[in-house]
Write a protein that binds this ligand. Structure first.
Ligand SMILES: *[C@@H]1O[C@H](CO)[C@@H](O)[C@H](O)[C@H]1NC(C)=O
Ligand SMILES: *[C@@H]1O[C@H](CO)[C@@H](O)[C@H](O)[C@H]1NC(C)=O
Length: 229
């Protein structure tokens, strides 16, 4: 009906719909990531070489569990190596905040649209909404910063030029080790950008939710609200 349409338009859209979209982008780009790097080990004895060693990794970036076999350039011998570092805590924290942020804004949408009267009752809805919005703003800032740091560490740990330094064959001058290609980072860079955008969005919402609490006019908001039917 027209009242509801008008109601969810304008800043309501910014307030209740866009946090859901932004949260989905944040957790989809981070949680759905998988990457690959490829290196080559060119032994002095060519038959021992492997010019295409692929190393795959994915969310949640427990890189120290990513194993790969590389030639040792001594006959058929291979060594099993692992990437370095476990960045799951910052990645999982980020995705968890995104998921809860999505669920909360979904719940808020339902409450705004279908339980408007309950929301206004005793000013309890706006009060809870205000506190939760402040908490989510803060959590987005913290988790985005933690994940930005985690991502830069993941980039360093999966740099093919660094990975070849782990291989014993590459410490021998006569063997040539090189990068074939590195992982693509666009998806994860996007996730960090969306993390900070979510922070800006939630921080901006603090003002709208604050106005709903009516605190800025000394608790007069309750009597001011007129049902739109
Ligand atoms: C290369 O292989 C040959 C025979 O397979 C061996 O005799 C020689 O020592 C190897 N060279 C190096 C540098 O490992
Ligand atoms: C080279 O390494 C890949 C793993 O990245 C492996 O699948 C392939 O069999 C290896 N090739 C040789 C010739 O050992």
């Amino acid at each position: 009906d027209a009242a509801i349409c008008k109601f969810v338009s304008g800043f309501r859209f910014v307030h209740v719909i866009s946090p859901q979209l932004f949260a989905i982008f944040a957790f989809a780009t981070c949680g759905g990531y998988s990457g690959q790097l490829r290196v080559s080990v060119d032994c002095i004895n060519k038959s021992d070489s492997n010019l295409s060693i692929g190393i795959n990794f994915a969310y949640p970036f427990r890189l120290n569990r990513v194993e790969f076999d590389v030639p040792m350039c001594e006959g058929r011998r291979q060594e099993r190596l692992y990437l370095i570092g476990d960045f799951s805590s910052s990645a999982e924290f980020f995705v968890t905040i995104a998921v809860f942020s999505f669920l909360y804004s979904l719940l808020a949408t339902v409450v705004y649209i279908f339980f408007q009267n309950k929301y206004r009752e005793n000013n309890r809805g706006p009060l809870i909404d205000f506190i939760v919005t402040v908490v989510f703003s803060f959590m987005w800032l913290v988790s985005s910063s933690a994940w930005a740091k985690g991502l830069s560490d993941v980039k360093a740990a999966t740099d093919p030029d660094e990975v070849v330094l782990l291989m014993s064959a590459c410490k021998v001058q006569t063997n040539k080790c090189s990068s074939v290609y590195g992982p693509r980072w666009s998806g994860l860079n996007t996730s960090v950008v969306f993390g900070y955008l979510n922070f800006v969005l939630w921080a901006g919402n603090i003002w709208f939710v604050f106005k709903e609490t009516g605190w800025h006019k000394g608790g007069a908001a309750r009597s001011e609200w007129v049902p739109s039917q």
